[in-house]
Design a protein around this ligand. Sequence first.
Ligand code: FMN
Length: 372
Amino acid sequence: MTQNIDLKCFPYSYEELERLAAENTSPEAFDYVQSGSSTEQTLRTNVQAFSSYAFKPRVCTGTKAVDSKIEIFGKEYPFPIFFAPVGNQKVVHPEGELASARAAKRLNVPYIASTVSSHTIEEIAEASGNGDRWFQLYATKDQDVTNSLISRAEKNGYTAIVLTVDMAPSWRVKDMRNQFLPFSRGQKPYPSIVSDPVFQEKYGESVLENGLEKTVRSIFPNPEFSWDQLKELKKITSLPIIVKGILDEDDAHLALEFGADGIVVSNHGGRMIDGCIPAIEALPNIAEVVKKRVPVFLDSGIRSAKDVVIALALGADAVFLGRPFIYGLAIAGEEGVHKVFSNQFEEFRRMMILCGTNNIDNIKNLKIIKIS
Ligand SMILES: Cc1cc2nc3c(=O)[nH]c(=O)nc-3n(C[C@H](O)[C@H](O)[C@H](O)COP(=O)(O)O)c2cc1C
């Protein structure tokens, strides 16, 4: 399905990106990426909510060279715009996560590999080479398997764990209508879990008796995960653990109490809970609780540079892009992913100049108001 498009004609707006991605994927794969759960209220309001904020740019600040760099866990990154963890990327492009990880390396931002990537932890590490990489963990119901996933991430040079806590089977109307499962189209299900030595040792027999998918589903997803288990994870790894999927400031408080080294304010891009608060609306209270003790990230609804500015001015240290880069992958593989991020970076850089801001602290200090 993927065409070789002339990168000079690559879309500059989210709407065009989405339209071209739809032309370059099967309708079912496009629905899988684009859609949200149930009535898609969360999917819509994530984006709409950004339009209810506006910032006051500064003028005559003598802005010369803008410095867009940020530092997270002691490492410098060129822009506060990172990859969201996204699984099953082969549904839109045969090179899947390998292409995205290569693009992340060229862009000098961390690649966050999902537990449910269509390539293994090791394969993605190889593609990412000496690039920075973090591992997104879905804690399974079997602590031994979870520990083994973490230890493979450590061995393969991942430098942080992004623990996603808002995942459970949701009501995905379009996927159910299309009878679409990412691995219903010839892909291997859950390669990182299935290739795991501890999983193979403990569940090999069950796989033979009950089949692979049923066996994996007996331990994953794990809606039973609780804060105590975060404490346990902290004991088995020295990597920073960033908790992804926080919307309530009380949960932000608990996450810190139980040892979180970072927080991602997110509602999974509207793919899990329908009708919940848009992520950007949740951010100010959470930033207030965190009080700069750990990095705060935000995803769900970032579509252009003004969204990044709004998120930073409301207390985020960096944002994650989800669907936009998957559309880039669908359109032109690694180059498409690279192009989506380079465009976001350049628009953000121009926005910094327009706002009279020399650096990220200036952006964070812009005054912001609610306009609706
Ligand atoms: C196709 C798809 C697959 C995703 N897979 C994962 C995943 O494996 N792990 C995870 O933590 N989040 C996953 N997410 C959620 C993203 O990390 C992120 O929260 C979301 O895409 C942000 O919203 P946006 O797409 O509006 O930018 C996925 C999102 C999409 C669109």
